[in-house]
Design a binder for this molecule. Structure first.
Ligand code: GLN
Length: 554
């Protein structure tokens, strides 16, 4: 598409972080998409890291992996769950990547001896990356990470200010999402922090066109007028985004206040009416659950739901479709021992998500053994699958001390070991941290599913595509012996490398480990089949247990 006809909505944040800028941006994008507009989203992260790949989930939350193998901010997960466009390497970039690129150009002599400066070189680079991320979308929503006023986000704000100047009002719209606190003691909301953050934005040349107020109480008319007056925004452009019990209610909440209508008007877009039926159906199902299941999520970042964001969402999606309220019980694997393993008794199924490093591993192995021996549905994702193989090797095959070389470098049975460079593929990246031989296998890879496996029943086809993020794999030379001991290898990568992609237990109702991350491809309208089947298995287990308990009582 002709780049001059593309339009941009910039979303900035004010007052505090973590007020749901990603969800607000994704919701507005979903509303515009429902009007027939081709949309995409771009996230700008002001930190210096090249990407969040090496950042702690405790600080940064989950690393969302795109089909083309980018390790990105978790907001890209929201984007994919709200709109149909798939995200990729170009939809998320950081200050680190911008400087990296500018410095490489400087070394190549591209700047012809000029002094390289934030303006125009860094800002030009940011602008060209925004345009690249926009691709052929008619409207691109650009979320600027951080909060207006942060030192590190200034070049990004300067770049979007310039884009407004370059392209004009009809092609750009500034949306500012701010936090409006409610003071219990005063019994009223306080608009001053928002006034200050808008003032801050105006100081750098950005006058918001729309103000979205994150707040706990609905906005009263008098407060709306006050915010409009002090922030120099039209009254109808002050939108409130109150707390809701599901992020999937946000598109409807914003639509009812005319946000998408307003943005279309500002951008001069004549479109069809928005169609919210998809979201309404979801909410209806979500509010009319007929069942309830309890899932134990055994991991090490249990206090932070953001660390396993996509897994939590994928469980919710599956639940919505089978009308089951999914209660996820985070269980800290570091605290799980023989004396308290009974916490798993009341659970209908157990999930061990992805992870890195030895901390908390013994607890995870205990939970896996419990699920295997008590015939409770078990779902192991990536590290969860590698540990399921380890547990099987130790306790079923009888290989004492079997382990992953990630956990014990000199184990006598390295059933899980580093992917060698020779086995790497085009999406793999060398990981600079530990072992220069190690590569991170990233992105979507096709795999072949074994006929008559539970996995083939679940996917209903012989091939599927899911995303990966791992440096270790089940050691290929151990596969024949693991199979002999009774482990079923239910999927292999479809390439000639034949990575072990999934395992299952034949004499267990539902015990599956997958090397890939099925959570990344789950959306509220199309839940991933594995999660769906897992929740169904949890329900079956629950019914079975109830019948058993009744039988004992009788
Ligand atoms: N630490 C494991 C590996 O690198 C698993 C990674 C993950 O769970 N994403 O292979």
């Amino acid at each position: 598409m002709d780049s001059s006809s593309r339009k941009f909505v910039f979303i900035t944040g004010g007052v505090v972080s973590s007020i749901g800028k990603g969800v607000a941006a994704a919701s507005l994008a979903a509303l515009l998409e429902s009007r027939g507009i081709r949309v995409t989203l771009v996230k700008l992260d002001p930190y210096i890291n090249i990407d969040p790949g090496m950042m702690s989930p405790l600080q940064h939350g989950e690393v969302f992996v795109t089909e083309d193998g980018a390790e990105t901010d978790l907001d890209l997960g929201h984007y994919e769950r709200f709109i149909t466009a798939r995200m990729g390497k170009r939809n998320n970039f950081t200050t680190g990547q911008i400087y990296n690129s500018v410095l490489a150009k400087e070394r190549r002599g591209d700047y012809l001896g000029m002094t390289v400066q934030v303006i125009p070189h860094i800002t030009d680079e940011i602008k060209s990356w925004i345009y690249a991320g926009a691709g052929d979308a008619e409207v691109t929503l650009v979320e600027v990470g951080g909060t207006v006023g942060d030192i590190e986000s200034q070049p990004f704000l300067e770049a979007i200010r310039q884009i407004r100047l370059d392209r004009g009002r009809m092609d750009t719209c500034f949306v500012h999402l701010s936090y409006v606190p409610y003071l219990e003691a005063a019994g009223e909301i306080k608009t001053k922090p928002t006034q200050h953050s808008v003032k801050e934005a105006r100081q750098i040349g950005i006058q918001p066109d729309v103000l979205i107020c994150r707040m706990s109480h609905p906005l009263q008319e008098v407060e709306r007028r006050k915010l409009a007056l002090f922030c120099n925004v039209e009254s109808e452009a002050v939108i409130s985004c109150t707390d809701v019990d599901s992020i999937y209610k946000v598109p409807g909440l914003l639509n009812r206040q005319g946000l998408d209508e307003l943005v279309c008007k500002k951008l001069g877009l004549t479109t069809m009416h928005s169609d919210l039926s998809k979201w309404e159906t979801l909410i209806y199902k979500k509010e009319n659950f007929t069942h309830e299941v309890n899932i134990a999520m055994v991991g090490k970042y249990v206090s932070l739901t953001d660390a396993y964001k996509s897994v939590n969402e994928a469980l919710i999606h599956a639940g919505i479709h089978i009308r089951a309220k999914v209660n996820v019980y985070p269980i800290d694997s570091e605290q799980l021992n023989e004396d308290n393993l009974h916490v798993l008794d009341g659970m209908d199924a157990i999930l061990v998500p992805g992870g890195f490093g030895p901390r908390g591993v013994e607890g995870k192995l205990r939970a896996i053994e419990y699920a295997r021996t008590r015939r409770k549905p078990f779902f192991g994702i990536c590290f969860g699958m590698q540990l399921a193989v380890t547990e099987f090797a130790r306790n079923v095959a009888g290989w004492k001390g079997a382990s992953s070389t990630e956990l014990c470098a000199d184990t006598c049975f390295p059933v899980v070991s580093l992917i060698s460079r020779a086995r790497a593929d085009s999406n793999s990246v060398l990981t600079p941290d530990v072992d220069t031989n190690g590569v991170m296998r990233l992105g979507a890879h096709k795999f072949t599913i074994e006929a008559s496996s539970l996995l083939s029943e679940i996917y209903g086809r012989s091939e599927a595509l899911e995303r990966h993020r791992h440096r270790y794999e089940v050691t290929p030379s151990y596969l024949p012996d693991l199979v002999k001991a009774g482990l079923r290898i239910s999927a292999h990568s479809a390439d000639d490398k034949r990575f072990c992609e999934a395992v299952e237990l034949i004499d267990h109702p539902w015990f599956i480990g997958v090397q890939f991350h099925p959570e990344f491809s789950s959306t509220p309208s199309t839940p991933n089949p594995l999660f769906r089947s897992f929740i169904e298995a949890a329900l079956v287990h629950q019914r079975f247990t109830k019948v058993e308990q009744c039988a004992v009582v009788a």
